[in-house]
Design a protein around this ligand. Structure first.
Ligand SMILES: Nc1ncnc2c1ncn2[C@@H]1O[C@H](COP(=O)(O)OP(=O)(O)OP(=O)(O)O)[C@@H](O)[C@H]1O
Length: 295
């Protein structure tokens, strides 16, 4: 007698999301004795490879301090900030610089350096490559951010606000970091400049397989870019979820930030935007290509 094997259901495993930044039970306390005050208390935050995470919260809630923790510039009073399993504060400056790019709010270019010298600066400082190779690499990054070779020898004072942001972005990318930190990336740009900069960030995110963490108060930027939004309130991250989920979370700050007049205005065009493909749990998938470099 022949036995027939029962048909088997093959379950497709859910794609593994790779944890890149893991902040666990973080306390940040400044000051001593009676003047001591804590900015973060028992704060948890996880950022996965490929995420574009927007960090939002009221003024003074500790967004910039959190970026400084990730950069390894501020040590936790308690708890841990780990980048790919390693304590952020234990990394030496050179390692941190090659693993993370930081775009400051106003670009923070060196005024006495040309565009190309500004872009080349971190790689030149590292001293590992001959100067001609450093400037070749800087030229590649200059074009990657949509600038032209003839812009290379301009000085920062002769650049528009949008060009300053692009130069600062090229500099943040010169070491091919897999993690990019942005502080108010579109602040000071007009709506068109802001849209163009968001498009550029999306292209680079896709092409380079970047993970992005940004602080932003600008809802248009938030909706255009974020795969996930982390809200800082009550010294913690109260929610970290895709934007449409965050908007529905009942909390006074969220109601006021997202559903005030300004928030609703920003939400309108967002419904017309091409929506990111979502995984069944409502999260956005990481880019399909492999990362350029292990942090
Ligand atoms: N080195 C420091 N020493 C003492 N206090 C600090 C230090 N750095 C930050 N703070 C305080 O920590 C709190 C959080 O600051 P942080 O700059 O992170 O806020 P933020 O959320 O980025 O605010 P904003 O949106 O207004 O920029 C503030 O009260 C700030 O004064």
């Amino acid at each position: 007698m022949t036995t027939h094997a029962m048909p088997q259901t093959v379950e497709t495993p859910a794609p593994q999301r790779e944890l890149l930044v893991d902040i666990e039970r973080l306390w940040t306390t400044f000051g001593q004795g009676q003047r001591a005050f804590s900015v973060h208390q028992d704060l948890n935050l996880q950022v996965f490879r490929g995420d574009i995470l927007s960090l939002v919260g009221g003024s003074g809630t500790g967004k910039t301090v959190l970026l400084r923790h990730i950069l390894g510039l501020t040590r936790p009073s308690q708890g841990a900030v780990k980048i790919n399993g390693q304590n952020a504060a234990d990394r030496d400056a050179a390692t941190a610089a090659s693993r993370m790019g930081m775009l400051f709010q106003h670009g923070a270019l060196f005024s006495a350096f040309s565009v190309l010298e500004n872009i080349a600066f971190p790689l030149r400082e590292q001293g590992a490559l001959p100067l001609n190779m450093v400037f070749d690499a800087a030229m590649v990054k200059l074009q990657m951010v949509g600038l032209k070779p003839e812009h290379a020898f301009r000085m920062p004072a002769d650049l528009s606000g949008g060009m300053i942001k692009r130069v600062a972005l090229a500099r943040a990318l010169i070491m091919d970091p897999p993690l990019l930190l942005l502080d108010e990336p579109t602040a000071g740009l007009d709506p068109r400049g802001s849209d163009e900069f968001c498009e550029l960030l999306l292209e680079l995110h896709e092409e380079l397989g970047l993970t992005v963490i940004m602080v932003t108060h600008d809802l248009d930027t938030l909706y255009a870019l974020s795969t996930t939004v982390a809200v800082l309130a009550e010294k913690k991250v109260i929610i970290n979820a895709p934007p449409r989920q965050v908007v529905q979370y009942e909390h006074p700050f969220i109601q006021q930030f997202f559903l005030g007049e300004r928030g609703l205005r920003a939400l309108e065009p967002a419904s017309a935007l091409p929506t990111r493909p979502s995984t069944p749990d409502g999260t956005s998938p990481a880019p399909s290509h492999p990362p350029t470099q292990e942090p």
